[in-house]
Each structure stands twice: as structure tokens, then as C-alpha cells.
Design a protein around this ligand. Structure first.
Ligand code: 13P
Length: 256
């Protein structure tokens, strides 16, 4: 069975004090527990190092929200995968719709970033998702297919199963309007079948997360869907009680 991944994408929120405070509270809440799900926090770059100090030896993993695809050099303002490794990151979010929309992360750049993350044995969390226009014009699956095909270009089949996919419909991100269980389930099943048909049987191990206004209320139903293997959570991951409720809901979905 795939282990669920409950991931907080903090986006451009928290400073060093509030990040430490939030993660310390999460640690307190899960102290003494061995969750069946994996817990992941993705703070801004500037807080990775201090958060890492706090979560060392705890049941929480660390991820970054982006990276540069080159190794090192004269790339002012960029952060390499090696740098992320040096502060304890195990995951890197790649191709978030906000990066696609505001920072020019094209499918080609996303492909290069995924390769770079895999080269260093970290796990990419590769984001895909349609806009409301795509959905309304019946193009959802065409868009998802295109995003996957381009991002997976020239990646070794053995490496593909290491990628975590996050299905994040753009219209559900930060809007308070999550995809319905039926919409999310349909998309996740489509993604799973597409991967199985095009990239081989190993794809059945790939974790596919749902992201887009996941919260304490809708998470149980979403996380109960057979092809939804966790959540990539924005707003609700910044609220301690909400994030822990989502984790608790994930825990109750296991059938033992
Ligand atoms: P919200 O949970 O705030 O909608 O954000 C989702 C997201 O973009 C996670 O990457």
C-alpha cells in the first residue's frame, strides 16, 4: 500500500520566528506518535536551515518549494539542489502553478528541474493541473497529458516511479473552493491509468497528492479516494489545528 504524504507548502509565508514556532507546535502535537502517513513541511528557503534543526530525528521531512536546474555558478538569486541537500531537504516542489504563472517555469524548465532533483536523489513533487478555462472547455485531461509528457521527457523509467505527482487544479488553489471528491477522484484515476499505460507497471507505486483548498473538513473524503495518496496543502498548513486535523483524517483512512 502507498504511504500517504501530508505536505505543507508554506509558500511565501512565515519568517524565521514564526516558522520555528509553527514547526515546534507540530512536533509537540505528534510527539510520541508514529503516524502511518509521512509528514512534510516546505518552508521558504530562508527558514529551511532552522526548521531542519528542529525536525531532525522527528517524524517530519523537509522540502523546498523550488530549485535551480543548473549545478552552480553565476546565477544570481538562484538556489541549487546541492544547497538544499546541505540544509536537510528530501523533497522539492517543482512546477507549482504559481511558478508557471508568475515566474516563467515552462514545461521544458520543469523537465530540467525534475532531472536535476532526481540526479541528486531527492524527490520531486511535480505539480500539474488545469485552469478553469481548460476544465470548462473539456480539456482537463489533454492539459494533464501534455504537462506529464513534457515533464517526463528523457527521464529514465526507473526514475519516474520516484516522482511524486501533485494534482492541483488551478481554480481550486487558494480559492476556498476545493475540487469535489468526484472531480478529484476522476482526475487521480485518470492520471494513474495514464501513467500505467504509458510508463509501465512501476507507476502503480507513484504517490499522487491532491492540492487545492484542502482543509480539515474536506480532507477525509478526499483522502479516502483510492488514488489520492496525500495532500499538498497551502493555507490550511499554516494553521496548526487544521494541519493536524488533516493528518488525523489521513490516519483514519487506513484500513489496516
Ligand atoms: P491552498 O491549500 O491554499 O489552496 O494551496 C494549495 C497549493 O497550492 C499547495 O501547493
Amino acid at each position: 500500500m502507498r504511504r500517504k504524504l501530508i505536505a505543507g507548502n508554506w509558500k511565501m509565508n512565515t519568517n524565521i520566528n514564526s516558522a520555528n514556532e509553527l514547526v515546534s507546535s507540530i512536533i509537540e502535537k505528534i510527539e510520541g506518535r508514529e503516524p502511518k502517513s509521512e509528514l512534510l513541511v516546505c518552508p521558504p528557503f530562508t527558514n529551511l536551515s532552522s526548521v531542519n534543526e528542529l525536525i531532525k530525528d522527528k517524524n517530519i521531512s523537509l522540502g523546498a518549494q523550488n530549485c535551480e536546474y543548473r549545478d552552480s555558478g553565476a546565477y544570481t538569486g538562484e538556489v541549487s539542489v546541492e544547497m538544499l541537500i546541505s540544509v536537510g531537504c528530501k523533497y522539492v516542489i517543482i512546477g507549482h502553478s504559481e511558478r508557471r504563472q508568475y515566474y516563467g517555469d515552462t514545461d521544458e524548465i520543469i523537465n530540467l528541474k525534475i532531472k536535476q532533483v532526481l540526479k541528486h536523489n531527492l524527490t520531486p513533487i511535480f505539480c500539474i493541473g488545469e485552469t478553469i478555462e481548460d476544465r470548462n472547455s473539456g480539456n482537463t485531461f489533454k492539459v494533464l497529458e501534455n504537462q506529464i509528457r513534457k515533464a517526463y521527457q528523457d527521464i529514465d523509467k526507473n526514475d519516474l516511479s520516484k516522482i511524486v505527482i501533485a494534482y492541483e487544479p488551478v481554480w481550486a488553489i487558494g480559492t476556498g473552493v476545493s475540487a469535489t471528491t468526484e472531480q478529484a477522484s476522476e482526475a487521480h484515476t485518470w492520471i494513474r491509468n495514464f501513467l500505467n499505460e504509458n510508463y509501465g507497471k512501476e507507476s502503480s507505486n507513484i504517490r499522487i497528492l491532491y492540492g487545492g483548498s484542502m482543509n480539515e473538513k474536506n480532507s477525509f473524503d478526499l483522502l479516502s479516494c483510492p488514488d489520492i495518496d496525500g495532500g499538498l496543502i497551502g493555507g490550511a498548513a499554516l494553521k496548526l489545528e487544521s494541519f493536524i486535523s488533516i493528518l488525523n483524517n489521513a490516519e483514519t483512512t487506513y484500513k489496516n
